[in-house]
Design a protein around this ligand. Structure first.
Ligand code: PGA
Length: 249
């Protein structure tokens, strides 16, 4: 399976900076030789079509950071998965821990968003991960089981779904789990997925303080098929180091 490096820009950027960043990433990809992972950019909503225009030749995939479970209607401020598909998205992040925390998103809501994404023809990047307190209490496996089982729609397959393991305490902190800790959770997620949804080439990304300096090590962990990158994806040079450091297969 081809690994995926997805840049989650979060609530950062302007039309000008987004254009420049997308151009830099697309330009590096164009000039690269040898096999590379798939690359996706997930800008904030209003910047999605702007970035989509810059990367319109398709070498870089377009993604969004959230969607509503419904196709259309009276949902002020929300964006449907179908609209994201219409403006060129391939991926949409759902259930990011910042949305779970800031907007009280439950596993059930995340599941309905992921189902909407799949119905619209998008691939949801479904995020799961424990807090520091949960890890300290030895609850990591229980939290991951609850989130994976609760957040994935019954129709999830290895082809229409990506899962991102993002320990909440590693996001934006500069701290990461050890390689064996990452591998252990990825193993658990894959086993949980296969029990309910069957086998196949499911991509499970790691996310949380991935940078150019640690990418090669973190991404070589067993069962890791790419990364969801926040802060470092805002810097084309550092983001490129992550892309280059990612084992492709
Ligand atoms: P970070 O964020 O790379 O800045 O830690 C990752 C994420 O939240 O997706």
């Amino acid at each position: 399976m081809r690994a995926l490096i997805a840049g989650n820009w979060k609530m950062n950027g302007t039309s000008a900076s987004a254009r420049a960043l997308a151009e830099a990433v697309a330009g590096k990809l164009k000039g690269a030789v040898g096999p590379l992972p798939e690359v996706a950019l997930c800008p904030p909503g209003p910047l999605v079509p702007i970035v989509g225009w810059v990367i319109r030749d398709g070498a870089v995939a377009l993604g969004a950071q959230d969607c509503h479970p419904k196709e259309k209607g009276a949902h002020t401020g929300d964006t449907s998965a179908w609209l994201l598909k219409d403006v060129g998205c391939k991926y949409v992040i759902v259930g990011h821990s910042e949305r779970r925390a800031d907007h009280g998103e439950t596993d059930a809501l995340v599941q309905s968003k992921a189902a909407a994404a799949q119905s619209a023809g998008l691939i949801p990047i479904v995020c799961v991960g424990e807090t520091e307190a949960e890890r300290d209490r030895g609850e990591t496996a229980a939290i991951i089981k609850r989130q994976v089982e609760g957040s994935l729609p019954p129709g999830a397959t290895a082809e229409n779904t990506v899962i991102a393991y993002e320990p909440v305490w590693a996001i934006g902190t500069g701290r990461t789990p050890t390689v064996p800790e990452i591998a252990e959770v990825h193993r658990q997620i894959r086993a949980l997925f296969e029990q309910r949804h069957g086998g196949g080439s499911l991509r499970i990304l790691y996310g949380g303080s991935v940078k150019g300096s640690n990418a090669a090590q973190v991404l070589a962990a067993e069962g890791v098929n790419g990364a969801l990158v926040g802060g470092a994806s805002l810097d084309a040079v550092d983001f490129w180091k992550i892309i280059e450091g990612c084992p492709v297969g």
